[in-house]
Structures are given as structure tokens and as C-alpha cells.
Write a protein that binds this ligand. Structure first.
Ligand SMILES: *Cc1c(COP(=O)(O)O)cnc(C)c1O
Length: 399
């Protein structure tokens, strides 16, 4: 044992006693062989569950063929996969990244550069929203006003203003001559599984159109079929100008992308942006494999059917535990169970005593994010474990 006052793993995570060493579909297996039903999916990442044969095969084959080359060279793999994302979305062009935060960084740069290219370099400020989560880089923590992410990291990046989520008037009242546009999650994830209201998102879109501003969506968590559509914006009948995507896109392989229309990306010319690893052949093979599955016949219908099933079961369960459970919200398989108490202790109880993995979020939300390939039998097991967990849970005594 080391006598250093710090662990080799920088201790920024309060890691729990779940120590997974293997995954099988919707289950994680720990060091001592114990099994967990994984309704967290690495926080909405393992869209195809663990060890999906299509993904495993794609990685093995591409790793043996060509893993990485510089972005200085032509990329047949990147061109083909970017074309598929363009065909599947609002976008005309794609920049590949290795993570969600990098995708948001690229989105912020693209938005600023658009106004610069238009001769309005002063339009550099994005309006973002309370309880937003956009990642942990300096740029993306500057894009939220949550103190738990910002404290002690000042000076942060200028060029962000904050408004309450789902309050159109408040957002528009922040607009001035320096505004570049709006940056938001169409369904807030970490902040508490909160979907934008149609009036809010459509209102931002209409205002942006009228005033030459950009609508930038962070679909890092809500994207890639998680909400039952390829992207959550489709639920609203609008399209963004720029969008960040990651998490589910690689099914567990670290990758992300910034998508944009031709107009919005007009400032992103040679030399303005780059990434050593972004879009390497291995990532492109992974992305194509995940997309093959997600675009397979009936996949989105399955996500919606399983989401409806979970929500209906939760609605039924709530009255049996109404001292603990408040309500259900969300879209597709991005589901929030709102508690009447702070959720972290209950999430730990489900994990430690009932072998069920979920994730806590803001606003007393337990995030329920199963792999998108979840089956009815897993849902039955989930409801059983949740119900048993609620029955055995001792509500904290109010102070
Ligand atoms: C997870 C997340 C990010 C950050 O993604 P990383 O891959 O951790 O950098 C950004 N935005 C949203 C909405 C997220 O859920």
C-alpha cells in the first residue's frame, strides 16, 4: 500500500462498491461474480447493452485492419459514415470527436465562427439554461451555472448567459446585440430528465430564425434513439442549426460528433478546428455498426414499446409507495422516476441490496436508462427489484 495522501486514480469520483469486470447484455458482473441488472447503461452509453456481437465483431475486424491514421490523410471510412449521419439527420456536415464535451466544444466554436464569418464577431454569447450539463471541459462548465461544476475553476470562459429552462420569455429577455444563439439539451439529463416543452423549444427556434441566431442542441444524452426517435428534436417538429451527439453513438466506444447545417458551419474552414483521434477508422467502424443496429427494422418501435411498458409499470407502482415515489417523466427509454426525497441514498440501496443499477439526477430524479435492446423480461425483473427496493427502503428521518 502506498503512503501517499492520494490514490493512484485521481479521487474525483465517489466510487461505489460495484466493481464490474464483465458485461452480458443488460447485466454487469462484479469482481465476486455478483450480477447487476444494468438500467444505467454507463449513463446512456451502452445502447446495445454489453458485448453486442455486431459491435464486438466490428471492433475486432477494424482493429486488425486499420485502427488510427492522421486526419491529414483522406478518410474513406469517415466520408462514408459522415454521409450516413447526414442522411439520417438535419445536418449537412459532421466533425468527429472522442467525447460529448468535445462535441459541445465544437458546437460552441462553430456557433461563434458563424457570426464571425458573417462579419458580426461581437455575437459570441450563447444563452444556456439552469441545471444544464454540457460536460467537464473549461468551455462546457462555463456553459452551465451549476456551482458544483464551476466552483474553484475560475476564471471561466466568458460568453455565456443563463436563463431558467422552459421559460421562453426569460430566455428571450437575455438576448442582446452580442447573442450568438441558444444552447440547450432538448431533454435535460443530469439536471433531472426534464423534456423541453414544445412551446419553449419551438419558441426558441422561431425567435432564432427571426433574428439570425443559432439554435444549438446538446443531444449527447438524448440522441441516438434514446428517446425513441433518432434525435429528440424530431419529437418537436423542429431542427437545430448545430448539434452535439455522443454517448449512445458509439455504444461504449468513446466517440462523439458535432453536426451542422452548411449555413451554420460556414465559418469552419481549413485550419479552424481539429482532433488527433477524432473520426479514426476504428471509431468510424464502431459508429457504422451501431448505426446499422439502430437503423434496423423495428428498432425505434422497440425502444418506444419498451419505454411505454416501463412508464406504465411505474405509474402502477407509484400508488403502492406514495411516501417515496412522486411521478414519472421522460421520453422513450430516457425515463425519470421522481422521488419525494433526495434520490442518491435510494439509488445506492437499489444497487447494494437489490442488484439494480440506476443513476441519480437533479430534481430528486432516479434516471432509468436501460440498454435500448432491453426486453420485457428485463423490465419485469426491474419492476420486481424496484418494488422490493421501495418496500425495504427506510425513508430517512427528516432533520
Ligand atoms: C454526458 C454529457 C456530456 C458530456 O459528455 P462526455 O463524453 O462526458 O464529455 C455533455 N452533454 C450532455 C447532455 C451529457 O449528458
Amino acid at each position: 500500500m502506498s503512503d501517499k495522501p492520494i490514490t493512484p486514480l485521481m479521487p474525483v469520483y465517489p466510487r461505489c462498491d460495484v466493481r464490474p469486470v464483465r458485461g452480458e447484455g443488460c447485466y454487469l458482473i462484479g469482481e465476486r461474480g455478483e450480477r447487476y441488472l444494468d438500467f444505467a447503461s454507463g449513463i446512456a452509453v451502452n445502447a446495445l447493452g454489453h458485448g453486442h456481437p455486431v459491435l464486438v465483431k466490428a471492433i475486432a475486424e477494424q482493429a486488425a485492419t486499420l485502427m488510427h491514421v492522421s486526419n491529414l490523410y483522406g478518410s474513406p471510412q469517415g466520408e462514408a459514415y459522415a454521409q450516413r449521419l447526414v442522411d439520417a439527420t438535419f445536418a449537412d456536415t459532421v466533425f468527429f470527436t472522442n467525447s460529448g464535451a468535445e462535441a459541445v466544444e465544437c458546437a460552441i466554436k462553430t456557433a461563434r465562427r458563424y457570426h464571425y464569418a458573417n462579419g458580426n464577431p461581437e455575437r459570441g454569447t450563447l444563452i444556456t439554461f439552469n441545471n444544464a450539463f454540457h460536460g467537464r471541459t473549461l468551455g462546457t462548465i462555463s456553459a452551465t451555472n451549476q456551482p458544483k461544476m464551476r466552483d474553484g475553476f475560475e476564471p471561466l470562459l466568458p460568453g455565456f448567459r443563463y436563463a431558467p429552462f422552459n421559460d421562453l420569455d426569460a430566455a428571450l429577455s437575455q438576448v442582446d446585440l452580442n447573442t450568438a444563439g441558444f444552447l440547450l439539451e432538448p431533454v435535460q439529463g443530469e439536471g433531472g430528465l426534464l423534456p423541453a416543452t414544445p412551446e419553449f423549444l419551438k419558441g426558441l427556434r422561431a425567435f432564432a430564425d427571426k433574428h439570425g441566431l443559432l439554435l444549438v442542441l446538446d443531444e449527447v444524452q438524448s440522441g441516438f434513439a434514446r428517446t425513441g426517435k433518432m434525435y429528440a428534436y424530431e419529437h418537436y417538429g423542429i431542427t437545430p442549426d448545430i448539434m452535439a451527439t455522443a454517448k449512445g453513438i458509439g455504444g461504449g466506444f468513446p466517440m462523439g460528433a458535432c453536426l451542422a447545417t452548411a449555413e451554420a458551419a460556414k465559418g469552419m474552414v481549413f485550419g479552424t478546428h481539429g482532433s488527433t483521434y477524432g473520426g479514426n477508422p476504428l471509431a468510424m467502424a464502431v459508429g457504422s455498426a451501431v448505426l446499422d443496429v439502430v437503423q434496423g427494422e423495428g428498432f425505434l418501435d422497440h425502444v418506444n414499446a419498451m419505454g411505454d411498458r416501463i412508464r406504465a409499470s411505474l405509474e402502477q407502482l407509484i400508488p403502492n409507495h406514495d411516501e417515496l415515489f412522486d411521478s414519472v417523466r421522460g421520453l422513450g427509454l430516457m425515463i425519470g422516476l421522481r422521488l419525494k426525497v433526495e434520490p442518491r441514498d435510494f439509488v445506492a440501496h437499489l444497487r447494494d441490496n437489490h442488484g439494480l443499477l440506476t443513476v441519480s439526477g437533479g430534481d430528486n430524479i432516479v434516471r432509468i436508462l436501460p440498454p435500448l435492446v432491453v426486453e420485457e423480461s428485463h423490465i419485469a425483473e426491474f419492476i420486481e427489484k424496484l418494488s422490493a427496493g421501495a418496500a425495504s427502503y427506510k425513508l430517512p428521518v427528516p432533520a
